[in-house]
Design a protein. Structure first.
Length: 217
């Protein structure tokens, strides 16, 4: 569905950009043709950049909500429910952008589709995320091997939380350095402007006075 929507937006963008280019060509004005090409480029690239950014934001939210979902599943399993029932029971909880995926998993499990196949399909839908792909692969292997699923889910949730916290800390430090560099750049520009506006005129006046004294004795 999302792929069809993206293709639809791309086709609309190409059609609109084609109209602008045709108008530019029919005008036989180089300036209009140049502007129409530039505008057409923005019309095509703009929506694609927006779609990619929305896709990135959605994936990041899914990554941040997934550990919470795993912990809820763990609590349900500890209450005596099997894994697939725990997923179905927690599908009614709001996990933001993750909720549609959880609901789809719950529907598939209610149709008696094997859990490992459901996890594989979920991993395929979020394959752009290395963290989610790795987490789902670990959960699937634990389920297939008959290991301690609860411990695995807790370990995966804790690992994803630690990674996310470290990434946030790294971004925070990086943003501080970026702000510092901008501040230094603005200070440098300010100093240059101050020298240009204040010091250089003083030197020019002094030089003119010295030149006048040397000429006129």
């Amino acid at each position: 569905m999302k792929l069809k929507r993206e293709i639809k937006y791309l086709l609309i963008s190409l059609a609109v950009s084609g109209i602008f280019i045709a108008i530019g060509i029919l005008s036989r004005d180089l300036g209009v043709i140049g502007n129409s090409i530039i505008l057409s480029t923005f019309i095509v690239i703009g929506p694609q950049l927006f779609i990619r950014y929305e896709r990135y934001k959605t994936l990041r939210e899914i990554e941040s909500r997934f550990p919470t979902f795993l912990r809820d599943v763990v609590e349900t399993i500890r209450s005596g429910m099997p894994f697939h029932i725990a997923v179905i029971m927690n599908s009614n909880i709001d996990y933001g952008k993750l909720s549609p995926h959880i609901k789809k998993m719950a529907h598939q499990l209610s149709w008696a589709i094997p859990l490992d196949k459901v996890l594989d399909q979920f991993a395929e839908r979020v394959k752009r995320s290395k963290k989610l792909s790795s987490a789902l692969r670990t959960i699937r292997e634990s389920f297939r091997s008959g290991g301690d699923v609860v411990s695995t889910l807790e370990s995966v949730a804790d690992s994803m939380t630690i990674v996310e916290d470290s990434e946030k800390e790294r971004k925070s430090l990086l943003s501080q350095y970026v702000i510092l560099m901008y501040a230094i750049s603005f200070m440098f520009v300010g100093i240059v402007v101050a020298i240009n506006k204040l010091m250089i005129p003083i030197f020019q006046v002094t030089a003119q006075e010295e030149f006048g004294k040397s000429v006129f004795g």
